[in-house]
Design a protein around this ligand. Structure first.
Ligand code: ZN
Length: 177
């Protein structure tokens, strides 16, 4: 095998690994969906092993910081007994917000992989490129678009359901008055 073929093979294997772990993040997103929360899920992986899991849950846990990334990184740090997650990769179904992007730097993870972009609040490539800021002294490798379609489908399904729910409530209210 030539060096080029070897590299291509490694790249392909890596893509498959990212795909598999993102599938687990999507399962976490489904748990958020089932709880009536905006469906975002995340997992943290270190040395090929899942060390943290989390899904978005600010409403049910009465915690404005309980985004999927925060929950998963806290879980990971507790599980390995270290607040620094060196060598770890965070998989999240949707592009992170400002709070979570800041936390990624604080946690010292190596790599961020996400699915769908978030045009309004995503700050890795959409609203801005926060990780490229010169004031951050820790660099994170990023990859986006992994199972993006599944992630955005879950989001649209959720918002559609919520809109229909509100419409129904309005109709009921109109009938009642
Ligand atoms: Zn966030």
């Amino acid at each position: 095998m030539t060096e080029q073929e070897q590299k291509a093979l490694e790249q392909k294997e890596r893509e498959q690994v990212d795909h598999d772990f993102m599938q687990l993040a999507l399962e976490q997103g489904q748990l958020a969906y089932d709880a009536g929360e905006v469906p975002v899920g995340a997992v943290v992986v270190q040395n090929g092993r899942v060390i943290g899991r989390g899904y978005n849950q600010p409403i049910t846990s009465l915690d404005p910081s309980a985004h999927a990334e925060v929950v998963a990184l806290r879980d990971a740090a507790k599980n390995i007994g270290n607040y620094r997650l060196t060598g770890a990769t965070l998989y999240v179904t949707v592009e992170p917000c400002t709070m979570c992007t800041g936390l990624l730097v604080h946690s010292r993870i190596d790599r961020l992989v996400y699915g769908a972009t978030e045009p309004k609040a995503g700050v890795v490539e959409s609203a801005m490129c926060l990780l490229d800021s010169s004031f951050f002294n820790h660099k994170i490798e990023t990859r986006s678009g992994v199972l993006a379609e599944q992630a955005s489908m879950l989001m649209s399904k959720f918002f559609k359901m919520r809109r229909e729910g509100k419409k129904k409530l309005k109709q009921l209210g109109a009938k009642g008055s």
